[in-house]
Design a protein around this ligand. Structure first.
Ligand code: HEC
Length: 172
C-alpha cells in the first residue's frame, strides 16, 4: 500500500480514537467513585480524608494511600490487605493504628468501589476493580483466617509485577 497524506491522516485518527477509547474504558464511572467515597468513611479514621494518613502528634495512625505501591499495584494484593488486615509488627512503631480485617464490613460491591476509589484518588491512577474481581478475591482468600504479614504482601506484589513484566515481553 502506498501511503499518501490521506491514509496517514486517517491512520492517525484511528490511533487517536482507540487511545481515547482506551483511556475512557479505564476511567472509573462517577457511580463507582461515589460509592467508593462513601465507603472510604471506613478507612478515614486511620488513613485520613486526604489519603495521607491521619496525623497524631508527630506520628500517624496509618501510612499514606497516596502513592502507596499497594494502592497502585495489582489489585489482588491490595484486596488481600483490606480483606484480611495486616499483621502488626510490634517492632514497627511508625504507625499507631492497626490495619484491621475488613472482609465482614465490606460486601463485594463496596470492596470493589473502595478499592477503585483509593486507586483513583489522592493523585493515584490505577485500574478499576470490578465487583466480579472483588468476589473472586474473597473466594480465593476465603481460607486465610488471620491478618497477613507485610513481608507476605511485599513478596506477592513483587511476584505479580514480575509475572506482568514477563507477559508484556514480546514473544520471539
Ligand atoms: C483502624 C485503622 C485503619 C483502618 C480503619 C484502615 N486502615 Fe489501612 N492501614 C492501617 C495501618 C496501621 C496500616 C499499616 C499496617 C502495617 O504495615 O502494619 C494500613 C495499611 C494499609 C494499606 C497498605 C498501604 C501501604 O502502602 O503500606 C492499604 C492499601 C490500606 N491500609 C487500605 C485501607 C483501606 C482501603 C481501608 C478502608 C476500607 C483501610 N485501610 C482502613 C490502618 C487502618
Amino acid at each position: 500500500m502506498k501511503l499518501n497524506q490521506n491514509t496517514l491522516a486517517s491512520l492517525a485518527a484511528v490511533g487517536m480514537l482507540s487511545l481515547g477509547l482506551q483511556a475512557r474504558a479505564e476511567d472509573p464511572s462517577p457511580e463507582i467513585m461515589k460509592e467508593g467515597k462513601a465507603t472510604y468513611a471506613t478507612c478515614m479514621a486511620c488513613h485520613n480524608v486526604d489519603g495521607k494518613g491521619l496525623p497524631v502528634g508527630n506520628l500517624k495512625m496509618a501510612p499514606p494511600l497516596a502513592g502507596s505501591k499497594f494502592a497502585l499495584g495489582d489489585p489482588e494484593v491490595m484486596a488481600l490487605a483490606v480483606l484480611k488486615g495486616i499483621e502488626k509488627n510490634p517492632a514497627d512503631t511508625t504507625y499507631i493504628g492497626i490495619m484491621a480485617p475488613l472482609e465482614t464490613a465490606l460486601d463485594d460491591k463496596k470492596l470493589a468501589a473502595v478499592l477503585t476509589y483509593v486507586r483513583n484518588s489522592f493523585g493515584n491512577k490505577a485500574s478499576v476493580v470490578t465487583e466480579e474481581q472483588a468476589k473472586g478475591y474473597r473466594e480465593k482468600f476465603a481460607k486465610i483466617q488471620k491478618s497477613v504479614a507485610r513481608t507476605t504482601l511485599d513478596k506477592l506484589l513483587a511476584k505479580k509485577e514480575a509475572a506482568a513484566k514477563e507477559e508484556a515481553k514480546p514473544s520471539e
